[in-house]
Design a protein around this ligand. Sequence first.
Ligand SMILES: C[S@@+](CC[C@H](N)C(=O)[O-])C[C@H]1O[C@@H](n2cnc3c(N)ncnc32)[C@H](O)[C@@H]1O
Length: 267
Amino acid sequence: MSQLSNQAFVAVTEFFEKVSGIRLADNKRALVEGRLQKLAQECGEDDINVFIQRVVRRDFDERVLVTVIDRLTTNETYFFREPQHYEDLTRRMERMHPQQDLQVWSAASSTGEEAYSVAMLMADRRPTSPWRIHGTDLSTSVVRTAQHGMYPVDRGSRLPAGYLKRFCLRGEGPYEGQLLVKRELRQRVNFRAANLMRDLPSDLPQFDVIFLRNVLIYFDPPAKMDIVRRVLTKLKQDGVLYIGHAESLTSLNLPLKMVENAVYQHA
Ligand SMILES: C[S@@+](CC[C@H](N)C(=O)[O-])C[C@H]1O[C@@H](n2cnc3c(N)ncnc32)[C@H](O)[C@@H]1O
């Protein structure tokens, strides 16, 4: 097995940055090697450096290039991550008219836990009201997982008491050890691929609530600003934007006001 050369590392990080906007730091070398070594072999190329040369030249069909992007993105997520946002949303919902139609966007939805957490909250707190959730992500493989709504059962330990039983099915037979989000929730959550660095799908509606969490962290300030500006075109005038608690929008000079920690609205 060949080792990743410096030249190939630089070439693939530049390729990845061009497509995703994400700059992989030098300390990600082992991660890149580990993730692409296996993929190179699956594509019949034993030498990772030759594989990367071919990727950069786009000497593979689109599916391989999409898989390279998938393997290099970091998709960590879990149900009810950063619970303060769900508490904030609950308080806001209590002040809304019960029949107000709520449109929510999980703008870097990864494998879907964030979008389904909101769906469970809505089903619990607004059982008879109209609402719809959209999830988008750069990585097509996580979008597929999100669409299936099936997760290892231990992920359910992060759900609020009673939600696992109420909103999930326990897998049996070949699905032993898995949980499946119930169909009535899955039907109200729509996932698809979209790149926040490019024009957004034109049929995305205007949103009351946007989750843009733990994705800005990958970008430098100009790219971050670009993404937030684009996302804001989809936020209703009185809508609310949640960003990750480890992220910051201060110093970006955006037309936003912070209303709580990691919670923003149009200025
Ligand atoms: C760490 S996960 C965050 C998931 C979830 N929002 C959360 O906070 O748990 C970051 C996600 O951002 C996605 N991502 C990275 N760059 C993106 C881009 N340019 N457009 C859309 N999604 C992107 C990755 O594929 C990954 O699934």
